[in-house]
Design a protein around this ligand. Structure first.
Ligand code: HEC
Ligand code: HEC
Ligand code: HEC
Ligand code: HEC
Ligand code: HEC
Length: 286
């Protein structure tokens, strides 16, 4: 008997809860349909607090991203410069005691750093380069990183698009992390093996060859020449010394004083000027 009474009690409780729930639900729905202003105002006033709107902020897409300044990106993405690497790995290995081979060259300085800091704020980066967010980031669709899957995404076969990457690596990284194209230079071997023959200097030849170089907004041309005079490792650093790729970048071939009239076969397809978006000696707006 006691079991049946308990059962009836439970049934009543469930019924009561669902009645209360229905009333509350109706009330909520009514509220949602009511005034639009109450909802719209706070969202419009603090767009950066709304994750969805911020993710789809026009600044992430062309054409707005082409003229975006670093400070605009950093207003939401401060973490790319604020975050630092751990001093010790969780297993206790000290970061400053575990340097990779390229971190022991003469052109590596300072503590271990994150990728973004290494290209934007470390001493060498500041001395030689003037990269901005949009040097590498030309826009990406947060919905998907594959072509042809949405109206706003990259078209199938689109130029300057790398599957599942937000940055076109072949158009950016390869410029400074490819191989030294020693075939076109007639160098008899890899630079570390033959450099003694050439006075340890790229400028032995490059004081007179392809002298019209680095005139782009993201590099500091004069500082690079000065550093290259002191230590060819600086030149090698961006041209074969930190190669994350097995291929060499096809640099534009700017005319230079004393240039032979005949264009060698390998250079026939080469552009004769840097990409237009970098073609300015003026410092990037920051
Ligand atoms: C209004 C704030 C805001 C601004 C301004 C902004 N972003 Fe973002 N960004 C976001 C948010 C939010 C996301 C999505 C984060 C997530 O999904 O975890 C995002 C995502 C990204 C991603 C990752 C995309 C992916 O698919 O993983 C990149 C890269 C990025 N932003 C670069 C930039 C650059 C470059 C600029 C300047 C041109 C910029 N953002 C300006 C808020 C902003
Ligand atoms: C040297 C090229 C380069 C520069 C300069 C650069 N980025 Fe990136 N950024 C990358 C690459 C590469 C990734 C990783 C992309 C991927 O995973 O597909 C990335 C990833 C990101 C992401 C995704 C989250 C993360 O940390 O991985 C954000 C956000 C971002 N960058 C913002 C910025 C902002 C803001 C600036 C300027 C202050 C900037 N980047 C400058 C190359 C660059
Ligand atoms: C304009 C030249 C330039 C471009 C473009 C460039 N880098 Fe670098 N990168 C450098 C220089 C210079 C250093 C060394 C800085 C130093 O030693 O302080 C470096 C260092 C690195 C390191 C070593 C980081 C460390 O702390 O050990 C990695 C990894 C790297 N780059 C990856 C990339 C990737 C990926 C891209 C493309 C998204 C890229 N770089 C684009 C010039 C460039
Ligand atoms: C023996 C002379 C010589 C030395 C030493 C030399 N180069 Fe070159 N380099 C050349 C010649 C020749 C060319 C091709 C000129 C032309 O465009 O006809 C060239 C072309 C280049 C190019 C453009 C490649 C391309 O595909 O367009 C780069 C970058 C370069 N050299 C960097 C360096 C660096 C960095 C060093 C030192 C580590 C160096 N060179 C040492 C002779 C030399
Ligand atoms: C911070 C990275 C960096 C350093 C350091 C550097 N280069 Fe370059 N170099 C580049 C980039 C990026 C380009 C392509 C620029 C462009 O698109 O016009 C380039 C282009 C060149 C070219 C092709 C010139 C042409 O016809 O446009 C030569 C030659 C060259 N560099 C030689 C050198 C020499 C010699 C040194 C040392 C004095 C040196 N580089 C140091 C990044 C670097």
């Amino acid at each position: 008997m006691a079991g049946v009474r308990k059962g009836i009690g439970l049934l009543l409780l469930v019924a009561a809860v669902s009645v209360v729930g229905t009333i509350a639900g109706l009330k909520l729905r009514g509220d949602a349909q009511k005034p639009e202003v109450a909802l719209a105002q706070p969202v419009a006033a603090v767009p950066e607090r709304d994750l969805l709107r911020a993710t789809y902020d026009p600044i992430h897409f062309q054409p707005a991203i082409a003229t975006a300044r670093d400070e605009q990106c950093l207003a939401c993405h401060r973490e790319v410069l604020d975050d630092r690497v751990r001093e010790r790995s969780p297993a206790g290995i000290r970061a400053d005691a575990s340097k990779a081979w390229y971190q022991q060259t003469t052109v590596y300085a300072g503590d271990q750093e994150t990728f973004h800091r290494r290209h934007l704020v470390t001493p060498l980066a500041r001395e030689l380069m003037n990269l901005s967010c949009t040097t590498c980031h030309e826009g990406s669709d947060p919905r998907d990183e594959a072509p042809g899957t949405s109206a706003t995404g990259a078209a199938p076969g689109a130029a300057r698009f790398t599957l599942r990457k937000t940055v076109d690596t072949a158009a950016t990284c390869l410029k400074c992390h490819g191989q030294l194209n020693r075939a076109v230079m007639g160098l008899p071997g890899a630079w570390p093996d033959v450099k003694a023959t050439f006075n340890n200097s790229c400028l032995l030849c490059h004081a007179a060859i392809r002298t019209n170089r680095h005139r782009v907004s993201y590099l500091k041309a004069d500082a690079i020449e000065a550093a290259g005079q002191k230590d060819a490792e600086t030149c090698h650093g961006c041209h074969g010394g930190r190669p994350w790729y097995r291929l060499a970048y096809s640099y534009p071939r700017h005319a230079w004083e004393g240039m032979p009239a005949e264009v060698p076969a390998w250079a026939k397809e080469r552009p004769t000027e840097s990409e237009s978006r970098f073609r300015t000696v003026a410092v990037n707006p920051k």
